[in-house]
Design a protein around this ligand. Structure first.
Ligand SMILES: [Zn+2]
Length: 390
């Protein structure tokens, strides 16, 4: 059985009208009363997102159907309906939760969590925000995906239980490439083009534990770098960090950067658990981002630890990688200042009981920002990442 053609499931324009001109400045003003409309093109209906005020338009051939009106005022709770055929449900879909809260005119902020399913501080913070954010307290639009890669979130896994994909290595996606690529394509081609700010909330997951940080990439463009740092400082984690990431190209953060959106990621604890202190930081941080964007009134709130410490992981020389499979015994707890050339820990090899453990050394001086949490490691896994002050 074949699923219905994507174009056949498209809805019709609501016919609502644009909202009044905005009172709050925005680089990409959005009238949230403009409907999602559909144009006949190339033998298939294509959904066309319009912003009549700004003259913006994004065309997508995505088969993903949002069951909320991205241009309506008020608070909507619904799903993105992503095709996923099964043996017993040829027309099956997976429902990815989405919440849109909008009022008046102003910037659009996209907040996402559950890109990896075993990272919980972001998921719980966005659930809290979804329940508590009232339309009348904001000017602009907030789009929340609290459990973006829903199959992985439901399983409590980093990778997809459907196909083993890492969702954060699926961007910019492929509309007909299967669940993860199709959803990534929708986020990239439909949601990102209507955003001014985007933050994708991560933690260390099952494998890593990380000092709570707002994280941006090291960018070539000075103005975008400055805007990224300003938003990260506003989030207000203990650390604002610029990162040289392993395989950053296919990430959501890179996709947002490629579209000229001020974008952040984060690392907010880890170990496959919900860290209460990191959760407090995250809940405050997401509201701070909305204040920074001008969607919420007021100034960002500063944590009890004070302004964020600006740090960087500038290259892979700040990583310590395991050279072999084994059990990792770290020499220091997370958040310790360490010296290059000193022992980072011991790698115990069960295959060779007569040999001493392999001693690994730090290759950089700085803060032990990220540490291996799970005991078992494979060759090539990072066991420590050092950050230094900017
Ligand atoms: Zn993650």
């Amino acid at each position: 059985m074949e699923p219905p053609a994507p174009c056949a499931s498209a809805g019709l324009p609501s016919g609502s009208t644009a909202a009044a001109p905005a009172a709050r400045p925005s680089s990409r003003r959005v009238s949230i009363a403009v409907p999602l409309s559909y144009l006949f093109s190339g033998g298939c209906y294509r959904r066309v997102a319009k912003n009549f005020n700004a003259g913006e338009r994004s065309v997508t051939n995505s088969p993903v159907v949002p069951e909320v009106d991205l241009w309506a005022s008020g608070r909507q709770v619904g799903h993105l309906r992503v095709p996923q055929s099964r043996d017993d449900s040829g027309w099956g879909t997976i429902q990815v939760p989405i919440v849109v809260v909008a009022n008046g005119t102003g910037p659009t902020v996209l907040l996402t969590a559950g890109n990896h399913g075993d990272e919980y501080e972001g998921q719980v913070s966005l659930l809290d925000l979804a329940r508590s954010l009232r339309p009348e307290e904001l000017q602009g639009r907030v789009i929340l995906l609290p459990a973006m890669h829903y199959p992985a979130c439901a399983a409590g896994k980093r990778l997809s239980p459907l196909d083993g994909r890492d969702f954060n290595r699926c961007f910019p996606g492929d509309p007909f490439g299967g669940f993860a690529l199709s959803l990534a394509h929708f986020v990239d081609s439909v949601l990102l083009p209507i955003c001014d700010y985007q933050m994708d909330l991560h933690s260390g997951g099952t494998g890593m534990d990380i000092v709570p940080s707002a994280v941006g990439h090291i960018l070539d463009h000075p103005e975008m770098q400055a805007r990224t740092l300003a938003m990260a400082d506003a989030f207000g984690a203990p650390i604002t960090l610029l990162l040289k990431e392993v395989n950053a190209g296919p990430t959501l953060l890179a996709a947002a950067e490629n579209r000229g959106i001020v974008a952040l990621s984060s690392e907010l604890g880890g170990g496959g658990r919900l860290n209460p202190a990191a959760l407090t930081i995250t809940k405050r941080g997401v509201r701070n981002v909305l204040r920074h964007a001008g969607v919420l009134e007021g100034l960002p709130e500063v944590g009890e630890y004070g302004p964020s410490r600006r740090m960087t992981v500038p290259d892979l020389a700040h990583y310590v990688f395991a050279p072999a499979d084994g059990i990792w015994e770290a020499a220091h707890p997370l958040n310790t200042t360490v010296q290059a050339g000193t022992p980072a820990g011991l790698l115990h090899r069960i295959e060779d009981p007569g040999a001493p453990p392999i001693e690994l050394a730090y290759k950089a001086t700085g803060l032990l920002w990220c540490a291996r949490f799970a005991g078992r490691v494979k060759a090539g896994d990072p066991v420590a990442v050092i950050a230094r002050d900017m």
